[in-house]
Design a protein around this ligand. Structure first.
Ligand code: TXA
Ligand code: MG
Length: 331
C-alpha cells in the first residue's frame, strides 16, 4: 500500500481521523515515542496493528484517550487513586491499567480483562483522537523488537508501505515509553518504568509504590517470575550492531570504551560509542542513537551505563540492558 504523509495541520489530522474511523492505521507523535494507532474498539484494527508490526498478539495495546474524562468509557472501575494520578499527571507519560468494559475487544487487550489507558501530552495526538471519535489503540510505531521511534523518519524507515498514513510531527521530547502502572491491586505497582517515577507516584498518593519484582534486574536471574505487563518479557530495542555496556567510574568507563574501540577497529570493525551526561538526555536520545548507529553501518555499539542512580536513570537502563542483551562489564 502507499503510505500517506500528513502534517499536523487540522485539515490533515481530520484526514487521519477518517482513516482511523474506517479501520485503517495511522502513526502519530506523542510526547514519549511515536505510536501506531487504530480504532481501539475494533478487533479488525487491533489485528492489523499486530500484523503491521509483526508483534505477538498476546502483547496488549495501550488505549489512548483525548481527555481524562473518557477513561470511564472503557474502564469499568476508576478508583480514587487512579483518579488522583490522572489529575496530577495527565495529559502525560503515564499509563494506568484498570478492569475493562466489554466494548474493548480481546484483540486490543491481548485477551486480558484489564485495559491500559493513557492520555498523551501532544496536541496533534489529542486532536487525532478527538476527531476520530473513538479511543485509539497504539503501541510504539516500530517493527517489533526494534528501538521505538522518536522521529517520524524512524517510523518511515520501519513501516513505509505497511500502514495507511504517518503524521510528520515533532521529535518526541520524552524519548522513552510511558510508565505503566497497575491500579488493580491495593497498592500501585510499576509494570514498566518510565519518566513518571515511583517517588512521584508516592508523592501524589501518599502510598508506597514499587516495581513489578519480575522486571528488576536480569531476566535470566529472575527464575519463574512472570512480568504482569506481557510486553516486558520480550527482547526489545535491539539494534543490528552488537552492543556492550560498561559500568564503573567515569574515567574507567571512558578508558575501557577507548581501548575496546581501538582493539575492534584494528580488526576492521566499525564502532559507535554512546556516553550521556544526564538521565533526561539519555532518555531523549537513546533510541535515535541506536538507530543512527545501525544506519551508519556500525558492527559494535560501546555504551556507558548511566552514572546517576535516580529513577529516570533506572528507566533508561531498563532499555539499555535489553538493547545490549544484558552484556554489561564492570570496569
Ligand atoms: O509511551 C507509550 O506508552 C507508547 C506511546 C505510543 O503511547 N506506547 C507504547 O505501547 O509503548 P507498547 O504497546 O509498545 O507497550 C505497551 C506496554 C507493553 O509492555 C504491554 O505489555 C503493556 O504496556 N500493557 C498493555 N496493556 C496491558 C494490560 N492490560 N496489563 C498489563 N500490561 C499491559
Ligand atoms: Mg513498544
Amino acid at each position: 500500500m502507499k503510505t500517506l504523509y500528513l502534517t499536523t495541520e487540522d485539515e490533515d489530522i481530520k484526514k487521519a481521523a477518517e482513516i482511523i474511523r474506517s479501520g485503517g492505521l495511522v502513526a502519530f507523535p506523542t510526547e514519549t515515542v511515536y505510536g501506531l494507532g487504530g480504532n481501539a474498539l475494533s478487533s479488525f484494527a487491533a489485528k492489523s496493528i499486530y500484523y503491521a508490526k509483526g508483534r505477538p498478539s498476546d502483547n496488549p495495546l495501550i488505549v489512548h484517550i483525548s481527555d481524562p474524562s473518557e477513561i470511564t468509557d472503557i474502564a469499568m472501575q476508576y478508583p480514587k487513586n487512579a483518579r488522583k494520578l490522572a489529575d496530577a499527571v495527565w495529559p502525560g507519560p503515564m499509563t494506568l491499567v484498570l478492569p475493562k468494559f466489554d466494548v474493548v475487544p480481546d484483540e486490543t487487550t491481548g485477551g486480558l480483562n484489564t485495559v491500559a489507558v493513557r492520555c498523551p501530552a501532544n496536541d496533534a495526538a489529542r486532536r487525532l483522537i478527538r476527531y476520530s471519535g473513538v479511543p485509539i489503540a497504539a503501541p510504539s510505531a516500530n517493527i517489533s523488537g526494534r528501538p521505538s521511534p522518536t522521529r517520524w523518519e524512524h517510523v518511515r524507515d520501519d513501516l513505509d508501505g505497511k500502514i495507511d498514513a504517518i503524521i510528520m510531527g515533532e521529535p518526541c521530547i520524552g524519548g522513552i515509553e510511558s510508565t505503566v502502572i497497575d491500579m488493580t491491586e491495593e497498592f500501585p505497582m510499576i509494570l514498566r518504568p518510565g519518566l513518571i517515577t515511583p517517588e512521584r507516584v508516592t508523592e501524589i498518593l501518599g502510598l508506597p509504590c514499587d516495581y513489578d519484582p519480575a522486571i528488576k534486574g536480569d531476566p535470566a536471574e529472575n527464575g519463574d517470575l512472570v512480568p504482569k505487563a506481557p510486553g516486558m518479557k520480550y527482547k526489545h530495542y535491539a539494534p543490528s550492531a552488537e552492543m556492550k555496556l560498561y559500568k564503573g567510574s567515569p574515567e574507567n568507563v571512558r578508558a575501557a570504551i577507548e581501548s575496546e574501540k581501538a582493539k575492534l577497529e584494528e580488526t576492521g570493525a566499525k564502532v559507535s560509542c554512546i556516553i550521556y551526561d544526564s538521565s533526561e538526555n539519555a532518555a531523549r536520545q537513546l533510541f535515535g542513537d541506536l538507530r543512527k548507529a545501525d544506519g551508519d553501518g556500525a558492527d559494535y555499539i560501546l555504551a556507558s551505563a548511566l552514572l546517576t542512580d535516580d529513577s529516570v536513570a533506572y528507566s533508561v537502563m531498563n532499555r539499555m540492558l535489553k538493547s545490549a542483551g544484558y552484556n554489561i562489564t564492570e570496569v
